[in-house]
Design a protein around this ligand. Structure first.
Ligand SMILES: NC(=O)c1ccc[n+]([C@@H]2O[C@H](COP(=O)([O-])OP(=O)(O)OC[C@H]3O[C@@H](n4cnc5c(N)ncnc54)[C@H](O)[C@@H]3O)[C@@H](O)[C@H]2O)c1
Length: 259
């Protein structure tokens, strides 16, 4: 295969992507990488940095807008998808990146905290899939859904993140179920399970030397990853390079789950 043919497989020109939680971290890196490969990007989220992502994409010559969307509110998700279709004429790629965590001993986790994490990580992700899936089915062009899970959807840990584990575990099997259900519409659904990645979410871990060393050394590569190291897999799952891949969960984890 020539290099040009190989590059074409990753070309996203003319496609429209929607990314949840696009202001920073893995979500921002995903937005930028999708745009670098040619996609126009609807950046959604609840925090202030989203416009910076939009501006960076616009400077690259791609179209991008920000739509406020709290994924724990299914009406926001419906509105974000409708806005994408209205403003860009289509929606080809959904990246469910928005996520939140809690660290609390299982025996003391309050109901409110359980509900807060699930409302974003699993319930929110489901209803965003539903909104985007419906639009993709109606448009009859197929589509790609990429769910950001975690190594913690596969393995347990002793750090007091049981609710987070449960939410991310749910994503793995939900991804398989949607892949089976929507294959007939040409919608491919895959998940990515990052190891520990240097973002706001892991800042407090990096500031706790003992815990940091413990978790770092569980990666075979003995380091945390970067958001950009996750973004390559997003481009892969968004592109023709993965057109025979659905229902899978790819660990981008420096060997955390290889032991
Ligand atoms: N950083 C890691 O080590 C790591 C590892 C595995 C999985 N992940 C997952 O990657 C994803 C991105 O996390 P990150 O590391 O970039 O952390 P982050 O905290 O920097 O980013 C999370 C993003 O989600 C957004 N968000 C939170 N609640 C939201 C809501 N209700 N509606 C819309 N957006 C909301 C935040 O505003 C932020 O933009 C999350 O799903 C996280 O669980 C992260």
């Amino acid at each position: 295969m020539t290099k040009a043919r190989c590059n074409d497989m990753f070309d996203l020109s003319g496609r429209v992507a929607l990314v949840t939680g696009g202001s920073r971290g893995i979500g921002k890196a995903a937005c930028i990488a999708l745009a670098q490969y040619g996609a126009d990007v609807v950046v959604t989220g609840i925090s202030s940095g989203n416009q910076a992502t939009v501006d960076e994409i616009n400077r690259m010559g791609r179209k991008s807008i920000f739509v406020r969307c709290d994924v724990s509110n299914p009406e926001d998700s419906k509105n974000a998808v409708a806005t994408a279709v209205k403003e860009f004429g289509r929606l080809d790629i959904l990246v469910n990146n928005a996520g939140t965590a809690t660290v609390e001993p299982a025996e003391d986790t309050p109901v409110e905290e359980y509900d807060r994490v699930m409302a974003v990580n699993l319930r929110g992700l489901f209803f965003m899939c539903q909104a985007a899936g419906k639009a993709m089915i109606e448009a009859k062009r197929g589509g790609r859904i990429i769910n950001i899970g975690s190594i913690f959807g596969r393995v347990g840990s002793e750090i007091g993140a049981s609710v987070y584990h449960a939410s991310k575990g749910g994503i793995v099997v939900l991804t398989r179920a949607l892949a089976c259900e929507w294959a007939k519409y040409g919608i491919l659904v895959n998940a990515i399970g990052p190891g520990f990645i240097k973002t706001e979410m892991t800042k407090s871990i990096e500031e706790a030397p003992e815990l940091y060393r413990l978790l770092r050394d569980r990666h075979a590569l003995k380091r945390f990853g970067t958001p950009e190291e996750v973004a390559g897999a997003v481009v892969y799952f968004a592109s023709d390079a993965s057109r025979f891949v659905t229902g899978q969960n790819l660990y981008i984890d420096g060997g955390f789950t290889a032991w």
